[in-house]
Design a binder for this molecule. Structure first.
Ligand SMILES: Nc1ncnc2c1ncn2[C@@H]1O[C@H](COP(=O)(O)OP(=O)(O)OP(=O)(O)O)[C@@H](O)[C@H]1O
Ligand SMILES: [Mg+2]
Length: 243
């Protein structure tokens, strides 16, 4: 869908715009961690210890190579967390509790979620004020969306009444296909103002950047992808009254 790509590149673009940004990698695949150039051994703690071991979140925060962009890394250990957290008291609120103090030190905290709607995603949605949904310009993306919206509604009524759908951002957009235009039309009709004007194009440079451990902003600042994420960050800041 473009969740990790958006977490990294929106985060970096917000930092470039002068914000202090924390990225929390809440996915055992750790794509945000590796995409920012972190390798095993570059960090001593991960989000796993925060969720399962009661480590204070600030002890897991690492500065990235990008100024003002910080990361709580993830690793494959997190794959076991869904099961290990089950017997815990208030297990859905663990991440929310951990972020309580630290969140005030950042303009924006972005939590990158795993693909499934398990206990880790529930923790992320319980901790968040807002959810930003990237939608790939493909039909099957819309099928998953119904389920996601139903889950968000469940979180709102049971765990986090202040959770808002902040926005929907269309990613991997290609001008050439009718399919993409159809998806864009449907999303704009369904979401109205909630849908971001900025669309993220499908570009090779955006797909390459993570293997160099860099956000697009430093990897190829002149590229279309970099411009798109700068535009997205500007729109995000306007929505939050910060620009
Ligand atoms: N705008 C884009 N242009 C080209 N490739 C992209 C773009 N956005 C994402 N990709 C590529 O598509 C793949 C999936 O993107 P990404 O990892 O951001 O999705 P995700 O939603 O985080 O996936 P998962 O649910 O597995 O965590 C990656 O290989 C990524 O490099
Ligand atoms: Mg991902």
């Amino acid at each position: 869908m473009g969740k990790s790509t958006t977490a990294i590149n929106l985060g970096a673009a917000l930092a470039a715009a002068g914000e202090r940004v924390l990225l929390v990698d809440a996915d055992p695949q750790a794509n945000t961690t590796s995409g920012l150039g972190f390798r095993k051994g570059d960090f001593s703690h991960t989000v796993y210890e925060v969720l399962v071991g009661d480590l204070p979140l600030e002890d897991a925060v690492e500065p990235s190579r990008v100024k003002d962009l910080f990361l709580v890394p993830s690793s494959i250990d997190l794959a076991g967390a869904e099961i290990e957290m089950v017997p815990r008291f208030a297990r859905e609120h663990q991440l929310a509790r951990s972020l309580n103090g630290p969140r005030a030190r950042y303009h924006t905290v972005l939590i990158d979620c795993p693909p499934s709607l398990g206990l880790i995603t529930v923790n992320a949605l319980t901790a968040a004020d807002e959810v930003l949904i990237p939608i790939q310009c493909e039909y099957y993306a819309l099928e998953g969306l119904t389920q996601l919206l139903r889950n968000i509604a469940l979180i709102q009524s049971n765990l986090n009444p202040r959770l808002k759908i902040e926005g929907v951002v269309l990613t991997m957009y290609t001008k050439r296909t009718h399919l993409a235009a159809d998806v864009v039309g449907q999303v704009r009709e369904h979401f109205g103002e909630v849908a971001y004007e900025t669309m993220i194009p499908r570009t090779v440079r955006l797909a390459e950047a993570p293997s160099y451990g860099e956000p697009i902003e430093s990897f190829d600042p002149g590229s279309r992808g970099a411009k798109a994420y700068r535009d997205l960050a500007a729109e995000f800041r306007r929505r939050h009254g910060r620009a």
